[in-house]
Design a protein around this ligand. Sequence first.
Ligand code: R5P
Length: 282
Amino acid sequence: MKILCGTSSQHLANDLSIKMNLECVYAYVRRFPDGECYVRIERERLDKEIVIVQNTHPDNNFVELLFMIDAARSLGAEKVTCIVPYFGYSRQDKRFNPGEALSAQVMLRHLEMGVDRLITIDLHKPEILDWVKGIPATDLHAEPAIGRFFKESGVNLVLAPDKGAAERAEEVGRLIGVEFDHLVKTRLSGSEVKITPSQIDAKNKSVLIVDDIISTGGTIIAATNELKRLGAKSVIAACTHGLFIGGALDKLKMTCDRLVSTNTLESEVSKISVAEEIAKVI
Ligand code: R5P
């Protein structure tokens, strides 16, 4: 068995190869002058079992992944497990308005045609994997990795920014061995949210906010401001998938005392590796 990676998830693929003592093969990827993608695996043959690690976000990476699957098959890969650390379009999981594309389902359908097993991490709605009928599909949780990372950090309250992430905060809180709760959020627009004034006792506490995705940073900034208003001593933000759109990283660094994400998306703050969680199921 070998690990194969493209351009999107090299740190995680490398971590996984060390954890599992497997060679990591880096696909050669470049763009033609017109922007089209060229993929080549520079080997004579590949093992029968291949584990591909590649994000499907942004769209370019999805095309790269489809080409990697094809190239791997052409070199003899018979069983292809596909690890998608950050599955793009996971938030477009229903037709919110008539006539909208059901993007998450389209992406899953196309992946299902090419691979033999699919593994994702912290999907916004894990239920979308029920759409995958033809191959085994599993969504892994990053909470154990986040819990390990903050175990001896002095955090004494774990909060979710909204009800949707409450179970996440509960799991991390239990792993660290501290209290947990959630705030109440209303989304006003794509980048603006309102956090309802809370009764939570955050005074003088080191609070860890956990969420699945940080995109514009609006959610975490509003939650941090509310916690500071409540007298929190420090506010750390942690997420699984750090998209950090636009200037989100800078804004977050000015608002929170610390910011960390997992390595499902690579950035200067992706310090928590989910390689162990993946290695356990392969
Ligand atoms: C939404 O329910 C997600 O769990 C995140 O809270 C959301 O995607 C964060 O987005 P943003 O950083 O733009 O507020």
